[in-house]
Ligand binder design. Structure first.
Ligand code: IPM
Ligand code: MG
Length: 366
């Protein structure tokens, strides 16, 4: 069988805890299905800064490029907040995305019926929500040039970021959105600010053009401010949302919290590179951050990272039944009333991070 190489980058804060549980789950899947993954570990973010002075070394980047998939925890924390932008922990994440060409970030926000009451929104608003946010990940405001902060002759400063997209960049992310929608409910909402920003006027034009190849998909356009509102007003209207990098950063957090906790949401970042079996090489990570305030307390929710492993098996390794098994096991554990503190409800049993990992492993082992 194929031996897949996975680079594990636990990162900072709760990163090592949640990744530890995700690896336990991966091991359980290996045992059950007689698989073997070659995992390698490296430092990233603040952990790498502490040891090497920079958030991502050439060596780690090389390991990432040689892998079939990267599993990442989270980066960043107050300890490194005063460093220059160029060597902040977050830079590692951005560099990995850019260097690996991972332009399509898939962030599914799906409600577990049993968690519907853990949401801050009313059950009737969120029951049945199943949204896929597709965030463009290597362009737009995050990467556009020029950028930086410059000193002006009068002693004040000027900060600059540039939102820029080219036709091919928009075309490829639009295609991903339509392809993904084809396997879902066949509706795409393209989110822009075409009434103000020229870049996104181009975005709208190109998405409309690409759509001609997908007559079976229903396309609508929405301004980003309206989308932010519609997500809390009537989230069930959405199937696939495709949008610019920073809009996607913001809207995916909003979509995530509809489900009750940001601690539940996995993500997959995919590009054009494929592995030896022709499947996309990806980076898989929870969408939440490093949560330094709860780090080391064994109370973090490992589910987003565990579900990221499921996405990895599904997208990069085509191990569908194994991915289904993980997702079903997570759901079963929740149905049995087990919760981490972020999703606790009346009458449920609160588990620590490790205990939650163990419970999911037990469920997989059956
Ligand atoms: C995310 C995060 C990152 C981003 C940060 C940590 C750089 O918020 O993945 O959504 O802004 O992309
Ligand atoms: Mg974010």
């Amino acid at each position: 069988m194929n031996k897949y190489k996975i680079l594990v980058l636990a990162g900072d804060g709760i990163g090592p805890e949640i990744v530890g549980e995700a690896l336990k789950v991966l091991k359980a899947v290996e045992r059950k299905y007689n698989l073997y993954f070659e995992t390698r570990v490296a430092l990233v973010g603040g952990a790498s800064i502490d040891k090497y002075g920079i958030p991502l070394t050439d060596e780690t980047l090389k390991l990432a490029k040689e892998s079939d998939a990267v599993l990442l925890g989270a980066v960043g924390g107050p300890k490194w907040e005063n460093l220059d932008y160029s060597i902040r922990p977050e830079r590692a994440l951005l560099a990995l995305r850019k260097e690996l060409g991972l332009f399509a970030n898939l962030r599914p926000a799906k409600i577990y019926p049993v968690l519907a009451d853990a949401s801050t929104l009313k059950r009737e608003v969120i029951d049945g929500v199943d949204i896929m946010v597709i965030r463009e990940l290597t362009g737009g405001l995050y990467f556009g040039m020029p950028k930086g902060v410059e000193k002006l002759p009068d002693g004040t400063e000027r900060g600059i970021n540039t939102m820029v997209y080219t036709t091919p960049e928009i075309e490829r992310i639009a295609k991903v959105a339509f392809e993904v929608a084809r396997k879902r409910r066949k509706r795409v909402t393209s989110v822009d600010k075409a009434n103000v920003l020229e870049t996104t006027e181009l975005w709208r034009k190109v998405v409309t053009e690409v759509h001609k190849d997908y007559p079976d998909i229903e396309l609508s356009h929405m301004y980003v401010d309206n989308c932010a509102m519609q997500l809390v007003r009537n989230p069930k209207q959405f199937d696939v949302i495709v949008t610019e990098n920073m809009f996607g950063d913001i809207l995916s957090d909003e979509a995530a919290i509809l489900t009750g906790s940001i601690g539940m949401l996995p993500s997959a970042s995919l590009g054009q590179r494929v592995n030896k079996v022709g499947l996309p090489i990806g980076m898989y990570e929870p969408i939440h951050g490093s949560a330094p305030d709860i780090a080391g307390k064994d109370i973090a929710n490992p589910i987003a990272t565990i579900l990221s492993v499921a996405m990895m098996l599904r997208f990069s390794f085509n191990l569908t039944k194994e991915a289904d098994d993980i997702e079903r096991s997570v759901e079963n554990v929740l149905n049995k009333g087990y919760r981490t503190t972020d999703i606790k409800q009346e009458g449920t049993k609160v588990l620590g991070c490790k205990e939650m990992g163990d419970a999911i492993v037990r469920e997989i082992e059956g």
